[in-house]
Design a protein around this ligand. Structure first.
Ligand code: ADP
Ligand code: MG
Length: 222
């Protein structure tokens, strides 16, 4: 098995006024290519913090994140931005779509950060069709339901054909039936395209769909 991502001894502390909150206390993790990994843990246990550190969005206080052997936080900010744009896809709990753009433009947006996409609009439409939104092309996020918006966000996360996808409670704002439908699309895309997935969830049932289940507790992965 090829390791795609390794985290060694990650520590992350938030300073709030005079006090500091140690959220991650030395987290280590190996993610293999093609694996789907779930991370569960109580609210406030640091799951989002960990996902952001793993995805190159948040510099840890100490420890190392390596993507295919290369240190993510050893890179310049510019190189790290390129790494995020080209190798990483993110799906957030609250969708993070741009309201002014229609859904094709939302999905195609990441390709602006990457050169070489010959026809971003065609690819965006293809991805939207794959998440069941082929009939909604031209609509804006406000015209869609929560589940549909999250399917747009999934299509956007896959726009640049990332090597690894991070999803932070992607169904947290959806009712369970809608959430299940969204997850079916996510797993179907990830599995057919052989993306690696790290998924944060509150749901045991969702976690059990992954090839490996981890828990974050007291600042450590168990
Ligand atoms: P989870 O995703 O598991 O709910 P988070 O990673 O969002 O947990 O947060 C972990 C802890 O760190 C929480 O107690 C939260 O309040 C705190 N926290 C998160 N982000 C910040 C921040 N930017 N500044 C201060 N405290 C934060
Ligand atoms: Mg969170």
């Amino acid at each position: 098995m090829n390791k795609i991502l390794t985290a060694e001894n990650i520590e992350r502390t938030y300073k709030i006024g005079q006090t500091s909150l140690r959220v991650l206390k030395g987290v280590s993790l190996d993610v293999n290519e093609g694996e789907t990994v779930s991370i569960m843990g109580e609210s406030g246990s640091g799951k989002s913090t960990l996902l952001h550190v793993l995805g190159g969005l948040d510099t840890p206080k100490s420890g190392n994140v390596k993507f295919r052997g290369q240190s993510v936080y050893g890179m310049s900010a510019g190189k790290r931005a390129k790494f995020r744009a080209e190798k990483v896809g993110f799906v957030f709990q609250s969708f993070h779509l741009l309201p002014e753009l229609d859904i094709v433009e939302n999905v195609a947006l990441p390709s602006m950060a990457k050169r070489g996409e010959t026809d971003p609009v065609a690819r965006a439409k293809e991805l939207l069709t794959e998440v069941g939104l082929g009939e909604r092309i031209g609509h804006r996020p406000a015209e869609l339901s929560g589940g549909e918006r999250q399917r747009v966000a999934i299509a956007r996360a896959l726009m640049n054909d990332p090597e690894i996808v991070f999803a932070d409670e992607p169904t947290g704002n959806l009712d369970s039936k809608t959430g299940e439908k969204v997850l079916n699309y996510l797993f179907q895309l990830v599995e057919t395209r052989r993306h690696t997935l790290v998924l944060v969830t509150h749901s045991k049932e969702v976690a059990s769909r992954c090839s490996r289940e981890l828990f974050l507790k007291d600042g450590l992965l168990v």
